[in-house]
Every structure is written in C-alpha cells, then in structure tokens.
Design a protein around this ligand. Structure first.
Ligand code: OAD
Length: 252
C-alpha cells in the first residue's frame, strides 16, 4: 500500500468500542516464519496429511515430532515484527480489543498482546496423549525422538498442543472468538488466506452481526469481495501506520 491510511478506517476506529482482530500466518511472515500456502508456503514442501494429523503422528511419531521441533527452532530464533507490536499497542487504544489468531508461534504474546484467543493452539505447549499431563518445551529432552510422559507408570507419547487436521478447536478459545466476532464494531482480518474452517468463518460472521470488515493482505483472498475496506500490503507496514495515524488524530 502506498499513501496514507484511509480516513474512513480511522473515523470508524475512533468511534469504535469493540475491535476484533483476526490473524493468520502472514503477520509472522516478516519475522521470517514461513506461511502455509503460496509459492514459498510450508504446504508446498510438506504434505499436511503426513505431518499435521493424529494418524500421521501415531504412524510415525518421531518424524512428526522432529518436524515440530524444526519449526520451534525457527520460531525461537525470530522476533515479533512491527505488525505484532502495533497489534499489541492497539490493545490499549480501545475500550475492548480482542485478538484471535490461527498462529501457533506465540509471537503475538511475545510482542505484548494479552487478550488472545489461540484457535489452533500454541507450539510452545505440549501434552501427553495418554494422561493429558502438560509440558512446556524446555521441560522436555531435546532429542530427535518423541519424548515420553514422565508421570509414574504413564510413559505416553507427548504431542504438541496444536490443532491437527480433523481435530476440534479448543472449545473455550472458539467460543471466546465467536463472542468477540459477533460483538465487534470493526473487524480486521490480517494475513490469512481464509482457507481453513471453522476459523475462516469468523470475518463473515462478524460482518453479518454488523461489524465493519477490513482486510489487510498483499494478495486478494476469497474474503476480499466481502470486505468494506481492503488494504493491500504488508501487515508490518500497514499496522504501524494505522497506530501512528490513530495516535496523531487522538492528540489533535
Ligand atoms: P496461509 O499460508 O494460508 O496464508 C497466509 C496469508 O498471508 C496469505 O493470504 C498471504 O497473501 C498473506 N501474507 C503473506 N505475507 C504477508 C504480510 N507480510 N502481511 C500480511 N499478509 C501476508 O496461512 P493461514 O491463513 O494462517 O492450520 O492458514 C490457516 C491455517 O492453515 C493455519 O493456522 C494452519 C494451516 O494449515 C493448522 O495448523 C491447523
């Protein structure tokens, strides 16, 4: 995007009580975390059906574990970008501001966002498939093979706390996300291709309930024709510009 942030957006935001933000892998792209779709996307190089589902894990737990360990290494070596930081700042700019993310990379939290609904889990958490005991990354042995539960007598396989294909979304997170979408005055959909349901139904749900729908993405998506405003460009550039403009207008 070139040029200033449209006045229509700034006026809507200044008048809004409730802002809901919905993010996908695109917001972390400028940090160096690969997205899933598109030419450089993860799902071009790896088959989700071999890595991101329970059957694949049961068949070859070490392979799936190793893949998640490799992603954790990437995520641990990168930093939140200007887009994540702008979203964290937005939390303090409105009476109510909720952030719904499909990302498992924890970068929103590391940037300072607190009111987050993580629809697809969080790669930094793990749990035992057998007894449900929870583990954070650093508690586990850093080997190439899947760790086992250390609870007495359990020895179950430990899996990442992420939602795999065919699995339900975590109930509390989903219900919170639906509430935040249905009550939003302005809903921002940022850096997502809108390909994975039920998450992808939230922007239209918000619009049907009266939200003004804004999309930020370098490419049009299936959501674009329904957006009230489409800002074409990088979230790491557009989001800081929105926060800057909002702060300037509030100071006037
Ligand atoms: P995708 O990889 O499907 O889409 C990423 C989107 O980000 C695309 O529309 C890009 O055009 C856009 N994008 C790229 N760079 C950007 C930037 N700098 N600023 C803004 N947008 C940018 O990722 P998601 O929509 O997040 O699910 O994918 C949804 C789900 O599919 C993921 O949560 C994951 C995956 O399978 C699970 O793991 C359950």
């Amino acid at each position: 995007m070139t040029g200033p942030i449209p006045d229509s957006l700034i006026s809507r935001l200044l008048a809004a009580e409730r802002i809901t933000i919905f993010t996908g892998a695109g917001v972390s792209a400028e940090s160096g975390v690969p997205t899933f779709r598109g030419n450089e996307g993860l799902w071009k190089k790896f088959k989700p059906e071999e890595l991101a589902n329970l059957t694949a894990f049961m068949k070859n737990p070490d392979l799936v574990w190793e893949w998640y360990q490799a992603r954790r290494t990437i995520i641990g070596s990168v930093q939140p970008n200007a887009g994540h930081r702008a979203l964290a700042e937005m939390e303090g700019l409105f009476p109510a501001c909720a952030l719904i993310t499909q990302n498992v990379d924890n970068l929103h939290r590391r940037a300072g966002s607190r009111n987050i609904f993580e629809l697809h889990g969080n790669i930094e958490r793990n749990y035992c498939l057998t007894c449900g005991t929870r583990y954070t990354g650093p508690e586990l042995p850093q080997t190439g093979t899947v760790p086992r539960c250390s609870r007495a007598g359990c020895n179950g396989l430990i899996r990442p706390d992420v939602v795999w294909f065919g699995e339900m979304l975590p109930e509390d997170e989903w219900e919170g996300a639906v509430r935040a979408s249905a009550s939003a005055d302005v809903f921002l959909s940022i850096g997502t291709s809108g390909a994975v349901y039920p998450a992808a139904s939230l922007p239209l749900m918000a619009k049907q309930q009266g939200a003004w729908l804004v999309e930020i993405n370098p490419e049009p998506t299936p959501l674009t024709p329904s957006a009230d405003l489409f800002l074409q460009g990088l979230s790491g550039e557009i989001l800081p510009a929105i926060v800057r403009t909002l702060n300037e207008r509030r100071d006037q």
